[in-house]
Write a protein that binds this ligand. Structure first.
Ligand code: NAP
Length: 257
């Protein structure tokens, strides 16, 4: 109960909202889907692996949360746009589909470059646009969140391509925020440090890289899925109503120096 003459804290809840999480079959996307469902949203979990999506959906539904699965490959832009067009407008989007092919810049292959760009940038760009188009057509506001990286703000060894994709995401996020602000559509990124997921397994298997990570993260530990769940809920909710075109760093202080 708040006093009538004092400001009211905006709600962090998402009851009555629908959310699309792309890349929800694993890692950060899966955690984002759980967080949004727990905050009251009806969540559509999308990725290529239908079986993994179904397993998470089953678990969410079992505890009384609202979730459905949608098979989607963001490399197929036409099919992805069609799938989103066929749904009711999503109030919230989390774009977490992504991959990394780390290696020295001198050795980058064209295939690796195109694959990582194709999913991290091209896929995320057109998913964001497809969701925004539906919102604008329906005259509805929304919160669109791209999972970027601390590597959107710094470079890293063996990360020229990956870091380039994340810098690109920041660029289109800011531009879309500028264009769609008048429609009440907020567009932001979350920039995690190293989080314990299958994507980072290759890095965690290398003791020299783990030493590098532990030195750089000022809080002295690798990130966990739970570290992303609060920030996703916050940006999706009315508590972040004045935040757009921003990057929320969840990096344990990596980029502070
Ligand atoms: P992850 O566990 O490997 O999950 C990646 C997700 O992307 C999976 O759900 C995968 O699902 C989906 N995906 C990949 N290609 C796809 C495609 N063509 N179409 C649809 N979905 C696709 O990795 P994660 O660590 O959670 O990474 C998620 C995001 O966080 C990425 O953008 C990554 O760059 C970013 N990030 C991660 C870290 C980290 O340390 N883990 C740090 C900073 C940023 P399917 O294979 O089933 O399609």
């Amino acid at each position: 109960m708040s006093a009538p003459s004092l400001p009211r804290t905006p709600s962090f809840r998402l009851d009555g909202k629908s959310a699309l999480v792309v890349g929800a079959s694993s890692g950060i996307g899966m955690a984002a889907a759980v967080a949004l469902a727990e905050a009251g949203a009806q969540v559509t979990l999308a990725a290529r692996s239908a079986d993994k999506l179904e397993r998470t959906v089953e678990e969410l539904v079992k505890v009384g949360l609202a979730a459905t699965a949608l098979s989607l490959d963001v490399q197929d832009i036409a099919a992805t746009e069609q799938a989103i067009e066929a749904c009711s407008p999503f109030d919230v989007l989390v774009n977490s589909a992504g991959l990394a092919r780390h290696g020295p810049a001198l050795e980058t292959t064209l295939t690796d470059f195109d694959t990582v760009m194709g999913i991290n940038v091209r896929g995320a760009y057109f998913v964001t646009r497809a969701v925004a188009r539906k919102l604008i057509a329906a005259g509805k506001p929304g919160s669109l969140i791209n999972i970027s990286s601390q590597m959107a703000h710094v470079g890293g060894i063996d990360r020229a391509v990956y870091s380039a994709t994340k810098h690109a995401i920041e660029g289109f996020t800011k531009s879309m925020a500028i264009e769609w602000g008048k429609h009440g559509i907020r567009v932001n990124t979350i920039c995690p440090t190293f989080i314990r997921t299958p994507l980072a397994e290759q890095t965690f298997a290398n003791p020299e890289r783990v030493r590098w990570i532990e030195e750089k993260i000022k809080l002295g530990r690798i990130g966990e899925l739970e570290d992303i769940m609060g920030p996703v809920t916050f940006l999706a909710s009315d508590a972040a109503a004045m935040i757009t075109g921003s990057a929320l760093l969840v990096d344990g202080g990596w980029t502070a120096d």
